[in-house]
Design a protein around this ligand. Structure first.
Ligand code: AMP
Length: 582
């Protein structure tokens, strides 16, 4: 294995990284640093976040920059403000003992005036998001004509975020002679095309295999019915004491709902999504980094650039719409040489998507069973006993109280005292998981009223289910009784003349399940829960029943929305022209 001292780095940089505790170079550093320092070739490196790539390009860039020349020599482009600030912070810590190199962050979402003034004072290295950098160029506030090195960090993310035009404009403004170094976790076509257009015969570096996930991440999959997702999530979390995780959801609303329910169930969770102000985001991220929050529920976009190294788990509450995003999400764990676990909760119709992800990862998911109530309790008990074992009583803080303790507990045997102390903390798990059902999805399912499972209702109540809770909250407001036995029955008789049958242009081929459809309808029509009759999902379309009055509300609301990128079309069955299926 290479050593930092044999790579040609200056003593000042070596001293700084030693102070940072970097002992051995990571694979991407072993490969990139010598090439960057000693050759003139462009470079394409496939490397995940968390592999140490900032130092891989940052150290040579700092070393090669000539601080005596007052011109911008290095340009680093990255997708988000958070990453931009992180890179500048890293560069500054690497340059702690290196004199004179000025680094500047230029990013969107904060007043441009101040950044313009900073730019006019000059910077050797600019770290920028493409949108704001492009803006600066159009305003002629940045001079890139003497740039010698361009680094594209998380190139695939920049493309995903739609920055292609800005990137092309920026690359067009730097001299052709500039060296370009591109870092990307995946290599989608767009990124390869840009590399082909702007880079000359680049050296290719693979850290891990192409488009594959990091070796330090274990990929696990739990197959559950969609309606059991929340309960399964809680079981997985409860059987993993010490969990420090990001849970990914697809939409802002989902992150909020999930965080809300987790909080209600006494987990330390908060949501992070794109509609929050910068101050709110910073506050949540600060609390998460400080571990005041144990679980961050985030959308893909909001979690970009979030740099936390110690995550034990990434949990995919929903699979991402684009399979490529999976590697980005899971790459948030297993960082800096640590092991991490990426957990996927799927229902059985999502298997195909899972197979696609496996092809990208080039490794299979380990199929896991949702822990039983007994297993959750065992894990919690083991954790509690370990904590008891580690309590330090040596300093005698309790001694003054021992006479009272002895007196009060004198009648109890040692075993009885133990039991009682353990139950103080442990009782809630025993109560919560009493009679908890098996949540692992069987392959058979029914279609009516979104009910997929068998007769497990009665015993499920203690654990609480998010969607059930939602429904009962909302039906209460609507004045309907919330008897668990009655909850999932069709709300009216199918032949009722007031009942409308609707057709929606989504079916099994769009991975739609009855619970998905119910969720779609709920989301499109806020307020009291609408009563649904029979639901029938076919390959290409689905059919559902509801009162005509509700149907008049639901149709326009649903027709304004999309599902998995597809525009939704809902029509009333009686209105359809025979033979003209959409
Ligand atoms: P990056 O991929 O650049 O975001 O780096 C991920 C994390 O790994 C950062 O917190 C770095 O400080 C840390 N890191 C980078 N290189 C090393 C190294 N050689 N040894 C230990 N930690 C490192």
């Amino acid at each position: 294995m290479k050593d930092f001292t044999t790579m040609g780095l200056s003593p000042a940089l070596l001293k700084a990284i030693q102070e940072l505790g970097f002992e051995t170079p990571t694979p991407v550093q072993s490969k990139v640093i010598p090439i960057f320092l000693k050759s003139d070739r462009d470079l394409v490196a496939l490397a995940q976040t968390g592999t140490g790539k900032t130092a891989a390009y940052g150290l040579p860039l700092l070393q090669l920059t000539d601080a005596s020349k007052f011109e911008t020599q290095g340009l680093i482009l990255c997708p988000t403000r958070e990453l931009c600030l992180q890179i500048v912070k890293d560069l500054n810590s690497f340059a702690k003992h290196t004199r004179g190199v000025r680094t500047l962050a230029v990013y969107g979402g904060s007043p441009i005036g101040e950044q313009i003034r900073a730019l006019s004072r000059g910077a050797h290295i600019i770290v920028a998001t493409p949108g704001r950098m492009h803006d600066m160029l159009r305003r002629q506030r940045a001079d890139l004509s003497l740039v010698r090195w361009v680094v594209l960090d998380e190139a695939d993310e920049m493309m995903n975020m739609g920055f292609q035009e800005e990137l092309e404009a920026i690359l067009g403004a730097v001299p052709e002679s500039a060296r370009t170094l591109l870092f990307s976790a995946t290599m989608p076509r767009q990124v390869a095309a840009m590399a082909g257009k702007y880079m000359e015969n680049p050296e290719e570096i693979l850290c891990g295999s192409r488009n594959s996930g990091s070796d330090t991440i274990h990929h696990e999959c739990y197959k559950v019915h969609a309606r059991d997702r929340y309960v399964a999530l809680k079981r997985i979390m409860d059987s993993t004491p010490g969990l420090y995780a990001i849970i990914f959801c697809r939409t802002r609303v989902e992150t909020q709902e999930l965080a809300h329910h987790l909080n209600k169930d006494e987990y330390h969770a908060d949501a992070l999504h794109g509609d929050m102000t910068q101050d709110q985001r910073s506050e949540v991220m600060g609390a998460f980094r400080a571990r005041h929050i144990q679980i961050l529920v985030a959308t893909d976009v909001a979690a970009r650039g979030l740099d936390v190294n110690e995550l034990t788990h990434v949990i995919h509450y929903n699979l991402p719409d684009e399979v490529e995003l999976y590697t980005h999400r899971s790459g948030r764990t297993g960082r800096a040489g640590r092991e991490g676990t990426s957990i996927v909760l799927i229902h059985y119709r999502e298997e195909q998507k899972l197979r696609m992800i496996e092809r990208i990862l080039k490794k299979p998911f380990v199929q896991k069973r949702v822990p039983s109530g007994q297993e959750v309790c065992e894990a919690q008990l083991a954790n509690l006993l370990e904590k008891v074992r580690q309590v330090d009583t040596a300093d005698g803080r309790l001694e003054p109280f021992m006479p009272v303790i002895d007196k009060v507990l004198a009648e109890l045997s040692r075993e009885e005292v133990l039991k009682r102390f353990i139950l103080l903390d442990f009782d809630r798990f025993l109560t919560n998981y009493k009679g908890a059902p098996d949540l692992n999805a069987a392959m058979s399912h029914g279609l009516h009223g979104g009910h997929e499972g068998g007769d497990r209702r009665g015993s499920r109540r203690p654990e609480g289910r998010m969607d059930r809770q939602d429904r009962s909250d909302r039906t209460d407001r609507a004045g309907r009784s919330d008897h668990p036995e009655r909850e999932d029955r069709p709300a009216f008789r199918p032949r009722d003349p007031d009942v409308a049958k609707l057709r929606i242009n989504l079916g099994r081929r769009n991975s739609l399940t009855p619970p998905d459809l119910m969720a779609l309808i709920n989301r499109a029509t806020p307020g009291p829960q609408l009563r649904l009759g029979r639901i029938h999902v076919t390959e290409h379309a689905s059919f559902f029943e509801m009162s005509r009055q509700d149907a008049e509300r639901v149709m326009p609301a649903l027709n304004r929305t999309t599902h998995g990128g597809r525009e939704i079309q809902v029509v009333m069955e009686t209105e359809r022209v025979p033979g003209r299926r959409k």
